[in-house]
Design a protein around this ligand. Structure first.
Ligand code: EZ4
Ligand code: CO
Length: 417
């Protein structure tokens, strides 16, 4: 292959919205990249269609690093989720093409497999303990070996991370296919308002983990997502109060764009910390990694400028014994997930991979080759990413406006969601 012939931006909404960049070469090879930015999808579509696609036509698809630098430095305006999701889509599509041209699964080009399979965690949740326990059992039956725990808080109506359909065994309709379905983005013209109370949460959560440990024993790796809602001193208090329950990690305990805030959290607790799903570049990790303030890097390939950039972040982190925990909710498309799995398999400092199953319609539009066996993921051995996009199938599901919810405190103040 010597030149990129076409570059299309495909928007589809089989179970939720996805934005995919589809490159074709003079030899007819097809490469895919994920550009989905939940709740702001069309901004990335415009960035790609209006400003990037015209620059790609005729370029040498083999020049991945050069194209990355050209798009990053050449834009002059740096960083930001829209820019970095667009660059990620190009980067991943080029890696897909190079691996297809080589006739190898992508992980081989990244250095080959460093392990046999990838430990993955699923999301269990419930409004109360009985519902949560059912959800944990259901995940264990599906083979998950590590489980994220989110629950309701007494006095609060709806909060982040609690699924409306918490058990895969209880299908609620054709839409969810009966799978565990936590999809925070609500379809409609306005975001849903939720409520929040940090002191109530700080009082309640340790009692949840105590009950879960009592029910499921000391060995099961348990995770929790604080979703940026605490101040550093509140996060320090939570980390300390969760120490008896031996978490695998506490995620996004504060809004970590204030990296120095993590110094305070770190001084007070040995609960391992994971951060970074909303970050876009290595600069967002500079203090966190070099001062060893975190234990896991949470960035998605899709939101951090692709495989080229995330690999550099993870190599930087590796020098400080910080490991990967690549973001993998359902708003990462099967293309973005495949990119994560190839990178996970190749790097030495792999930690864990987040894994939520996509809906049946998504799996029809995006045909995938990954395996999920005995609680471990593997990207499969087809050339490239191992994902093909059914363009006609995608066309059956046009974009649907959807927003992530937001929080207000009881006095009406907007709060981190
Ligand atoms: O709320 O990806 O750890 N996972 C998460 C996700 C995010 C969504 C936002 O689009 O925090 O569920
Ligand atoms: Co998170």
């Amino acid at each position: 292959m010597t030149r990129i012939e076409t570059a299309e931006v495909v928007v589809t909404s089989p179970d939720r919205n996805f934005v995919t960049l589809r490159l074709t070469t003079d030899e007819g090879l097809v490469g895919l990249g994920d550009a989905t930015l939940n709740g702001r999808e069309l901004a990335v579509v415009s960035y790609l269609r209006d400003h990037v696609v015209p620059l790609l036509i005729g370029r040498d698809p083999h020049r991945i690093e050069d194209t990355w630098q050209f798009l990053y430095r050449g834009a002059y305006w740096r960083r930001g989720p829209v820019t970095m999701a667009a660059i990620a889509a190009v980067d991943v599509a080029l890696w897909d093409l190079k691996a297809r041209a080589a006739g190898m699964p992508l992980y081989q080009l990244l250095g080959g497999a460093s392990r046999d399979g990838l430990l993955a965690y699923g999301h269990a949740s419930g409004r109360d303990l009985p519902e949560l326990f059912d959800s944990v059992r259901d995940h264990l039956e599906q083979g998950y070996r590590a489980i994220r725990i989110q629950t309701g808080v007494p006095g609060l109506k709806t909060i982040y991370g609690v699924a409306s359909n918490a058990r895969s065994a209880e299908p609620t309709g054709a839409d969810d296919g009966g799978r565990y379905d936590y999809e925070p983005a609500g379809r409609g013209p306005q975001p849903q308002e939720e409520d929040w109370d940090t002191p109530a949460y700080l009082r309640h959560l340790p009692t949840v983990f105590e009950a879960v440990r009592h029910e499921f024993g000391p060995e099961l790796p348990l995770l929790h997502d604080g979703h940026h809602r605490m101040t550093p001193i509140q996060a320090a208090k939570l980390g300390k109060s969760l120490e008896p329950y031996d978490l695998f990690w506490l995620e996004d305990c504060t809004p970590a764009e204030n990296q120095q805030g993590l110094r305070l959290v770190r001084q007070h607790t040995t609960t391992p910390l994971a951060i970074g799903e909303v970050f876009n570049t290595v600069w967002d990790y500079q203090t966190l990694v070099s001062e060893q303030l975190i234990d896991y890097v949470r960035s998605a390939v899709t939101h951090t400028g692709g495989i080229t950039a995330l690999r550099k972040i993870l190599d930087f982190a590796a020098q400080y014994q910080i490991r990967s925990g690549i973001h993998g909710p359902t708003d990462i498309s099967p293309v973005g997930m495949a990119a994560a799995l190839h990178l996970d398999l190749a790097i030495h400092n792999f930690g864990i991979q987040e894994y939520m199953k996509h809906g049946a319609r998504t799996d029809e539009v995006f045909r995938q080759s990954f395996r999920w066996e005995d609680g471990l993921l593997h990207p499969g051995d087809e050339p490239g990413l191992g994902v093909t996009l059914d363009v006609d199938g995608a066309g059956k599901y046009p974009y649907v406006q959807a927003y992530l919810p937001y929080n207000r405190l009881s006095d009406g103040t907007v709060h981190d969601w």
